[in-house]
Design a protein around this ligand. Sequence first.
Ligand code: SAH
Length: 220
Amino acid sequence: MRNKEIIEAFPSLNGISVSWETDYKSSPPWDIHAPQPEIVRLAENNEIKGARVLDVGCGLGDNAIFLAKKGFLVTGVDISRLAVEKGRKRAAKQGVTVDFRVGDVLKLDDYFEKESFDAVVDSGLFHSLDDEKRLPFAEQIWRVLVNGGKYFVLCFSEEPGSVAPRGVSKEEIQGTFSKMFRVDYIWDAFVAAKFGTGGARGYIASMTKIVHDKGVRAGA
Ligand code: SAH
C-alpha cells in the first residue's frame, strides 16, 4: 500500500478517533512483528531498572514479549480486546509469560495499586491520545510508578507532511510531564513501521517520577 492508502485504511495514524478494534482486524502499519529498536536499546543499555514493567497501549505485544524475554515481569494493557488476544497468542507461541490485560490507560487506578511498577514503557500510545487526555494520562502513570521509577515514551515527532502527521513536539512532552517527572532526556529517534522509509521520525523520552515533600505530587 502507498502511504496515503495506509493512512486512509488506518485513520488512527492521523489522530482521528477510531476504533482500534477495527485496526486490529488486519495487521496495522505499526505491526512490525518485532520490538521497536528504541525499546531494545533501552533494555540493552540497562536503562530499565527494577523488575516490574508496565507496557501501556501494548498492542500486539512485541515490546512486552521482548522485555519478558529479557527477564522483566511484564504487564501489558491495551484497550483493544483483539490486540490483547493476538498478543497472548504471540507470547504463548514464544513460550513467554506476559500479563496481558484489556483496559483503558486512563483508568490504571482501577486495575493497579499505587507504585505497582518500576518502569512504564509507551510505544506509540501517547501520541495517539487526544490533547485533553494527556495530563490525566500522566497522572495515571505517575501513580502506578514507584518513586524514582521511569516512564519511557516513544512517539512520532512533529513533521509537516509526514506520513505520521500527529506527531508531538518536545515542548508538548515537557509541558505534559515536567511537573510530575524529571525529564531525563528527549532524543531524536526512529519509530519503525510499515510505511515511509520503514517508519517515521520520532522522539524517545525518559523521565523519572519525582515526589515532593510529604509525598504530594508537584502541582497537585
Ligand atoms: N505499543 C504497540 C501499539 C502502538 S499503537 C506497538 O508499539 O506496536 C497504540 C496502541 O494504544 C493501540 O494498540 C491502541 O489500541 C492502544 N490504545 C489507545 N488508546 C488507549 C487507551 N485509552 N487505553 C489503552 N490502550 C489504548
